[in-house]
Design a binder for this molecule. Sequence first.
Ligand SMILES: Nc1ncnc2c1ncn2[C@@H]1O[C@H](COP(=O)(O)OP(=O)(O)O)[C@@H](O)[C@H]1O
Ligand SMILES: [Mg+2]
Length: 263
Amino acid sequence: MPAQTNSPTAPEVGTATLSVRGLTKRYGDRTVLDGLDFDVGAGEVVSVLGANGSGKSTALRCVVGLVRPEGGSITVAGRTVTPGVPLSEVAMVFQRIHLVPRRSVLDNVCAGALGRLPLAQSWATWAFPQDLREEAMACLDRVGLADRAHDRAGRLSGGQQQRVAIARALCQRARVLLADEPVSALDPAAAESVMRLLHSLATEDRIAVAAVLHQPDLARRYSDRVVGLAEGRLEFALPAEELGDHRIDELYAADYRAEGAAL
Ligand SMILES: Nc1ncnc2c1ncn2[C@@H]1O[C@H](COP(=O)(O)OP(=O)(O)O)[C@@H](O)[C@H]1O
Ligand SMILES: [Mg+2]
């Protein structure tokens, strides 16, 4: 586990795998991200908390290249990410799990490598080379689902499908894994298993994990640090064990005040 700090904005230079500085995003005249700073180190799980609309998804979407920010910088392992251009080292999983349900679990995991395959072996053909299939099988084994490799993805439970989506990110060889409410649609036992997996990917595989959660209890138990967002700004950044209930109450109260002010 990396040394913990009260400020995710000021780790030792060069230690953060993902580093976000001054991230700004506007939709029309609405500022959704307002100079956001945060870091995620290799081997670390950072939970992102905040009320609906505080900018959590937009922040992660900027990092993965799905949304183009107006300002700020994003670096991954020291390399600057061009706004709006995805980087293979960064993968994202979502609450709504995007697998191809009629394809095998193994094919879905192989799809994580599409970005580095020649066009001739494209997604349309599903003719993944043997060495990739072996790599995908190892990724499935890592998430505990090697025995389901040849089932149709749509037959798996929600928790298993989320683990397949994580295996697909591993097959992409991601070093930064962003998870946007990865357990919001899961029952408590499945949520625990996904959080355990994310935690072990950080501690054992040294992946940098950032997870948007709505469950402070999961954030405390499975993350190293917690960042709180309100109105697109960093409200706090704390070691997980210092996340007191009052911080949670203040975080959501701040957003409700803002909502009231906007009415
Ligand atoms: N594509 C979009 N167009 C316009 N407004 C958007 C778009 N995406 C998000 N927003 C707005 O940006 C704000 C932050 O959204 P989001 O990042 O999804 O918040 P969170 O994930 O914290 O709930 C919200 O007010 C939302 O309505
Ligand atoms: Mg969201």
